[in-house]
Design a protein around this ligand. Structure first.
Ligand SMILES: *Cc1c(COP(=O)(O)O)cnc(C)c1O
Length: 352
């Protein structure tokens, strides 16, 4: 607290990310990073830029990366918005598109950054409870709103909403923007990006942090109609002209070009997810169906808090949310095959 803070700063409730421990001998299954590294082509592209030319500002629109993303999704470059991680993209989306007179709607169990953005920008919101099995309650969104946002697959549940359901939501909400936060879509879902030319109220937000394994580079993007994107550009150009540096742009382009690495690593994650789910079920866990690179699980006897603390003592970190409705659950990121075996071995020891 300081008397020099503005009222706004005093009242903020900042987002708390999952911890990034400094110890290296730890099995880190708590923040949904990709256990496999980024494309070697991305690393090479970045290395080739480590020279005196870094004195120059990057191209403000990062147009080449925009083209690469647009090509991949069969869109035009003016339908792509880029930002410093999708968290920054989301910040501009909240500020530029979701601050309306009616409240914003999002699920009660969801990405916990959403209410933080609402507080920052003074946006009123209503949380729509997930159903008892932690699925999105589509009926709940049939009410006056200034926008709708949810992750698909949802975080931290991993549950996927089919495109058909998203399409129904878009049709019933022609007067407000529906934002689909697809941070994990490449691990098992079909992107709503194919609906963009049909629905002017659809905005799809994605990140290169998860399936493309570049969390450390901070690259996110939004896909939507040219009008929605222009709105976001207006906010961005009133905030930071150069959210992406030379290295980010080059890494992003190369990562999009390296389809082989992308498919190989995400398929490994998908396969491991199936294996871990089976093992966990055998150990007495209820495992929600996941289309993401993590599993949301609940043990039939032992408390989630106990399990997470005991795993931590063994050097394995998973995520436990001390939050109503989900305090009995753990969110476990899919790791390398070795990390996954280590997790299961540890659990077998703890639960016997
Ligand atoms: C990880 C995540 C993000 C943020 O990704 P960055 O691009 O790294 O900022 C956004 N939304 C959801 C649901 C996420 O899980």
């Amino acid at each position: 607290m300081s008397k020099y803070w503005s009222d706004l700063v005093t009242q903020l409730e900042p987002y708390i990310p999952g911890e990034q421990p400094s110890m290296t001998n730890i099995t880190k299954l708590n923040t949904n990073e990709n256990p496999y590294g980024p494309s070697p082509l991305a690393l090479t592209a970045m290395k080739s830029l480590l020279n005196q030319d870094l004195r120059l500002y990057p191209p403000p629109g990062a147009d080449q990366l925009k083209e690469a993303v647009a090509d991949y999704y069969a869109l035009n470059a003016d339908q792509v918005f880029l930002g410093n991680g999708s968290d920054e993209v989301l910040a501009h989306v909240f500020n530029g598109l979701l601050k309306q007179s009616e409240p914003l709607l999002f699920p009660d169990i969801s990405y916990s950054f959403y209410p933080v953005f609402c507080k920052l920008y003074g946006i009123s919101y209503e949380k729509i409870p997930l159903t008892d099995d932690l699925s999105l309650d589509l009926e709940g969104y049939k009410r006056p709103n200034g926008g709708i946002i949810f992750p698909n697959p949802n975080a931290p549940t991993g549950r996927l909403l089919p495109l058909k359901a998203i399409e129904q939501l878009l049709q019933k909400n022609e007067d407000s923007v529906v934002v689909v936060d697809e941070a994990y879509i490449d691990f098992g879902g079909q992107s709503a990006a194919i609906l963009i030319n049909q629905y002017a109220n659809l905005l799809v937000v994605q990140t290169m942090s998860k399936a493309r394994s570049l969390a450390g580079m901070r690259i996110g993007y939004a896909l939507g109609s040219a009008q929605l994107i222009e709105g976001l550009e207006r906010v961005k150009n009133s905030f930071n002209s150069y959210p992406l540096g030379h290295l980010q742009i080059a890494a992003g382009i190369a990562a999009f070009e390296d389809k082989v690495h992308f498919d190989k690593t995400r398929n490994q994650v998908i396969e491991s997810r199936g294996w871990i789910a089976e093992q966990l079920k055998n150990l007495g866990f209820n495992v929600l169906p996941s289309a993401a690179n993590f599993l949301f699980v609940q043990h039939n006897q032992e408390s989630a808090e106990n399990i997470s603390e005991q795993l931590r003592d063994l050097g394995i970190i998973v995520r436990h949310f001390k939050q109503p409705r989900i305090e009995d659950f753990l969110r476990i990121t899919v790791g390398t095959e070795m990390q996954n075996r280590q997790l299961i071995t540890a659990l077998v020891g703890l639960l016997k």
